[in-house]
Ligand binder design. Structure first.
Ligand SMILES: Cc1cc2nc3c(=O)[nH]c(=O)nc-3n(C[C@H](O)[C@H](O)[C@H](O)COP(=O)(O)O)c2cc1C
Length: 231
């Protein structure tokens, strides 16, 4: 019997918006026959947080998100080995990925050395506070380590996401991937179009990963070992 296609969805969320997208991504991937899906949280990096206005309300969102995610395990490097496709989720932090995701990526040196992630399929999803707060820079900057690791990036096309052409409403989502907006007081819910785009990414990555599974092991002209000749 053929092995299933394994899709890992590692993510971080402070207040739950990225988690809501992660659930939709998981739903989309899980709808593809023969796919096993695992959600996993990047370990939290403790920060000395400043006392921003509205801290109490933010803390309530944080606590509620932790309750909802009580059964979700922490992401490990073995999860990355297990996966045929990896769909990463991050809140925007100053136009970039969150420290939790970067911290996790920076532990993948051995996997990079082995080429263990080469040929795996990847995608991203993002939550930001505001529409122009750096969603696209978050996607593009987070894509860079994926390419260093040799992964194959999958985005979300216009044909499946017509809301991306509707410039009259503040909706997340771009060809780079699904996204949502939390707004300043965190009160905005993920919108149906954003959820559908997240499901679409999950489905697309699962389908492409199923096709490309084992790509790295197909014999070619170039040995797949980074330091074979250079030492
Ligand atoms: C340190 C910090 C930096 C942030 N930087 C940005 C930013 O550059 N642009 C933006 O739109 N939102 C920014 N935000 C807001 C977060 O993106 C927002 O809280 C997040 O999308 C909520 O997602 P979550 O519910 O999954 O945590 C920042 C938040 C924090 C705490």
């Amino acid at each position: 019997m053929p092995r299933s296609t394994n899709i890992l969805i590692p993510f971080f969320t402070s207040y739950g918006h990225t988690f809501a997208l992660a659930e939709a991504v998981a739903e989309g991937a899980g709808a593809v026959a023969g796919t096993a899906v695992k959600l996993a949280l990047f370990p939290e990096v403790p920060l000395d947080r400043d006392d921003i206005p509205g801290r109490e309300a933010h803390d309530a969102f944080y606590k509620r998100a932790r309750e909802k995610m009580a059964t979700i395990p922490q992401a490990t490097l073995d999860d990355l080995r297990w996966a045929d496709g990896i769909i990463w989720g991050t809140p925007t932090r100053y136009g970039n990925m969150c420290v939790e995701m970067k911290n996790f990526i920076d532990k993948t040196g051995t996997l990079w050395f082995e080429g263990a992630l080469e040929g795996k399929v990847t995608g991203l999803f993002v939550s930001s506070g505001t529409l122009h707060g750096g969603q696209e820079t978050t996607f593009i900057s987070a894509l860079i380590p994926m390419l260093h690791l040799g992964m194959i990036y999958v985005g979300t096309p216009y044909s499946e996401n017509p809301h991306m052409l509707d410039a009259t409403r503040a909706l997340g989502g771009s060809p780079y991937g699904p996204s949502t907006l939390a707004v300043r007081d965190l009160s905005r819910d993920v919108q149906p179009e954003e959820r559908a785009q997240a499901r679409g990414l999950g489905k697309r990555v699962a389908q492409v990963a199923a096709r490309l599974k084992g790509l790295k092991d197909i014999p070619g002209d170039t040995p797949n070992k980074i330091f074979d000749e250079t030492g």
